[in-house]
Design a protein around this ligand. Structure first.
Ligand code: UGB
Length: 603
């Protein structure tokens, strides 16, 4: 059927011949039409099939399924078919938590207890094009007072949970919580380098598993003909398939069965740059455990038009219902099409009635495995071609199928227990996604989701937590960095081992402590107690675990001042430019306790 290919058959291994037949059956003859006689470009032809083999094995059901799914989705898109046809949206009900109340504290305790049965999965295959940062996002500082990167914070948080959970059950517990990182070709090498050059930030290397997602083939037209790479006609052009790949990768890795045999119960998925996330983990896991949720999505109040999905109850005309994320670009058209002329709008609370999905999912392992045995981790996909004109016959550039990890519940039976947990945004959600220019254009009142707001949110959350624990924390001042107006609270940070839960923080804040707005406080150690501290300046306390340090008295120094940095100022490092400020470390008190026993820092 394809003479250029037939003439080259002798170059192919038997499995490659089968792959070639499959491609021809699926209408992909154009991939070979330019192939010269044997003897010319033979290595490249073999290389082509190496790539085809990879694309075939990394997609559930292989390339046949990919091409067939693409044909169907492209036809639906051309016909203007609405994926939510027949569904009516309504506001779902879920758990709403109030930080610090008795229910919250007891859920946190339940969550910490369960944590030893949990595994964590970080999806970090995205490059962060919106942020315009060249490196990997998990290497960015979560805040620049300590300079610790996101990945370090995540690992330290998991290790703290592991330790606290073990201590809670029995002294002989030595569970190591597994940590999976999904990377892609864009992020894999740099992620491994970051881990290796920092001794895995204290985690045992065997606890960490890296799963690399493959990109998927690009589609050139409505017939789902695969696109050749414009720079290499022996290569199929590829693009990322989305974070939904995490499910099929986990399934094919065999890790799920291994975890089950080890008695593990929960799989927690999270994204690359939410520096507040671990504030929410203990209580949310507590909700999963006490409610027996098969699926628990973390959510925050959502501003209309905010670029986070809305958690929605969908009821089909045939009676089916599901509680699912409706992605931010689809919520507005869905609402308008179903009798809400204002679309995605705020209600009288000032927020959208649909809670915002922060893509932190807690899945119960047993039911998750049962479901994946059926689906092999395939997730409902979508396609988003940019057509050249309204006839929808040609694309401006090649497209591809995409999938999202939060669409996992779409295939679940109605009996599945699918719930969600709403927390305060200040406590749980501050992603770093937008570059300074885009952030400055965000409608007033909506969150910036920038490096600036992401860092300021850490200080705000820590200040509010300390306030709730009884400390006097000065009010913030308002300042503008990179065109974004933000609240600047005292720069308070602590290591996860110090303040894993609200109860931990409360136990360590005693007496009447106060911190002025221009202050910075770094607490690095497990047993550091603030007891009548009055801070006006910068104080850094480092202590080994065995040291018990009481911090008291008045600490006053010139401290660290905040300097504005313009994002266009290329003399500054990129990670500083994107936040729009840096600290000038004028004066500080730094104390180190390296010996066990009781110590007192009384200034
Ligand atoms: N990611 C991958 O690992 N692989 C990929 O192929 C793509 C991404 P974005 P997005 O919580 O703020 C999501 O790009 O997709 C990783 C939810 O869909 O930051 O715009 C990537 O590394 C949305 O409902 O986010 O929006 C990163 O860790 C809402 O919840 C993660 O996937 C929103 O996040 C997310 O990728 C949010």
């Amino acid at each position: 059927a394809c003479p250029p290919l037939r003439r080259n058959l002798q170059l192919l291994a038997p499995d490659e011949v089968e792959l070639a037949k499959m491609l021809l059956n699926e209408g992909q003859m154009h991939l070979f039409e330019h192939w010269p006689e044997p003897g010319v470009d033979d290595d490249k032809k073999r290389g082509f099939f190496d790539q085809v083999r990879r694309l075939n094995s990394s997609y559930p059901g292989g390339l046949v399924s990919y091409i067939q799914n693409a044909k169907k989705l492209l036809a639906d898109s051309k016909a203007g078919k609405n994926p939510y046809d027949g569904f009516t949206p309504s506001v779902p009900s879920g758990e709403v938590l109030n930080f610090g109340d008795d229910n919250y504290v007891s859920l946190e305790a339940a969550g910490v207890k369960e944590a030893r049965n949990a595994v964590f999965v970080l999806v970090a295959g995205g490059l962060g094009e919106r942020l315009g940062y060249k490196g990997i996002k998990v290497a960015l500082p979560r805040e620049t007072t300590t300079g610790k990167c996101f990945l370090q914070h995540y690992i330290e948080s998991i290790l703290s949970l592991q330790e606290a959970s073990c201590e809670m059950v029995d002294a002989g517990c030595h569970t190591k919580i597994p940590f999976v990182i999904m990377t892609s070709d864009d992020t894999n090498a740099l992620t491994i380098k970051l881990l290796e050059s920092n001794s895995y930030f204290g985690m045992e290397p065997s606890q960490v598993k890296i799963l690399k997602q493959e990109k998927v083939a690009c589609l050139a037209d409505n017939d789902a003909r695969l696109a050749l790479d414009p720079n290499d006609k022996y290569k199929i052009q590829t693009k990322p398939h989305g974070h939904g790949d995490v499910h099929s990768l986990l399934y094919s890795s065999g890790l799920l069965e291994q975890w089950k045999s080890e008695g593990r119960k929960w799989v927690l998925f999270f994204q690359d740059t939410n520096g507040l996330l671990f504030n929410a983990i203990p209580s949310a896991l507590g909700v999963s455990a006490t409610k027996g949720y098969n699926v628990n999505s973390l959510a925050v109040p959502r501003k209309a038009k905010e670029a986070i999905g809305g958690i929605t109850k969908l009821t089909h005309v045939d009676g089916r219902t599901m509680v699912i994320n409706v992605e931010y670009n689809q919520l507005d058209p869905l609402l308008r099409a179903t009798g809400h002329p204002d679309g995605d709008a705020n209600c009288e609370t000032g927020y959208s009635p649909y809670p915002g999905n922060i893509n932190q999912l807690i899945l119960e392992l047993g039911p998750y495995i049962e479901e994946l045995k059926k689906t092999h981790g395939a997730i409902s996909e979508f396609v988003n071609p940019k057509y050249t004109d309204s006839t929808k016959t040609a694309f401006k550039s090649s497209t591809r199928l995409e999938c999202m990890m939060q669409d996992y519940p779409k295939t679940l039976p109605p009996s599945a227990k699918v719930g969600f947990t709403v927390m305060d945004t200040w406590l749980a959600y501050a992603p770093v996604k937008n570059n300074p220019e885009d952030a400055a254009k965000v409608p007033k009142g909506n969150p910036y989701h920038s490096a600036t707001s992401g860092e300021m949110a850490i200080y705000r959350a820590n200040s509010l937590i300390l306030r709730k624990a009884g400390a006097q924390i000065a009010d913030p001042v308002v300042d503008t960095f990179n065109g974004q107006e933000v609240e600047v609270w005292p720069r308070i940070t602590w290591s996860p081992r110090w303040g894993l839960t609200f109860k931990d923080v409360k136990e360590k804040v005693r007496g009447n402590s106060s911190i002025s707005q221009r202050s910075a406080l770094v607490i690095n150690g497990r047993n550091i107690f603030l007891e009548g501290l009055s801070l006006d300046g910068t104080l850094i306390v480092n202590a080994v675990d065995e040291a018990e340090v009481i911090v008291t008295g008045h600490v006053h120094n010139k401290g660290w001042t905040i300097q504005h940095v313009d994002y266009k100022d290329t003399s500054e490092k990129e990670e500083i430019r994107i936040r729009g400020f840096k600290f000038e470390k004028v004066e500080q008190l730094e104390v180190n306790y390296t010996e066990p026993g009781k110590h007192s820092l009384s200034a």
